[in-house]
Design a protein. Structure first.
Length: 219
């Protein structure tokens, strides 16, 4: 179960020298260092909870298809995507071997161009996504097809009536779903080619997920 972590990464971005120094002193690979942090946390938690067993836990499940507003492609975003798409296409034409590295990137930008054209006949496009909520005793689990930014997971957790709430992302096909702040920052995961749905849809997803979770505690 992967929590809401669309803006998180195990790859070093900050304090690289310090992190690499400690890893070197431990004589671990990057993968081993990640495992060193995760495995003990799982084992320690299991030791605490393994005797807390219940044969009569409440089990409830709801599923719903949400229709969310798609992120609208601006003229500036279209122009930028077209320039990058055409540049990749020209490089591939000049050197077919370049397709090994550039083809997927070219198609990535091509998706933006197609969305912009569709907006001319449908200025308010929608994206349908399936969500599930599950109550297991005093715990709630909810799913999202998107790679949700961490803030959305926190918004759901703080409003949930459950004792613990697990927000599970990437349950099905879906793009990054960034926050307003992230879109303003313009990083890779928060630009138009990476997002089918924007912050407006993200908040709608949060609100409806919370409503469904809390309905499982209504009685």
């Amino acid at each position: 179960m992967v929590g809401a972590a669309g803006d998180q990464s195990p790859h070093l971005m900050y304090r690289k020298a310090a992190e690499e120094r400690m890893r070197s002193l431990r004589k671990l690979s990057r993968l081993e260092e990640i495992a060193r942090r995760i495995v003990p946390a799982v084992e320690e938690t299991y030791e605490v909870v393994k005797k807390d067993r219940h044969a009569d836990a409440v089990l409830l499940h709801k599923v719903e298809i949400l229709s969310l507003p798609m992120r609208v492609i601006t003229e500036a975003e279209y122009a930028q995507a077209k320039a990058m798409h055409d540049k990749d296409a020209q490089q591939i034409t000049a050197d077919p071997k370049a397709a090994d590295q550039l083809y997927m990137q070219m198609k990535w930008y091509e998706g933006v161009l197609e969305r912009f054209e569709k907006q001319k006949s449908d200025p308010h496009p929608k994206y349908e996504t399936e969500i599930h909520v599950l109550r297991l005793g005093d715990v709630a689990l909810c799913t999202s097809q998107f790679e949700l930014f961490t803030d959305y997971g926190i918004r759901i957790q703080v409003r949930s009536k459950a004792l613990q709430t697990f927000v599970i992302e990437l349950v099905g096909p879906g793009s990054y779903l960034p926050t307003e702040k992230a879109v303003r920052g313009g990083s890779y995961s928060a630009i138009a080619p990476s997002n089918l749905v924007g912050p407006e849809g993200g908040q709608m997803l949060v609100d409806r997920t919370v409503e469904l979770i809390n309905s499982l505690w209504s009685n």
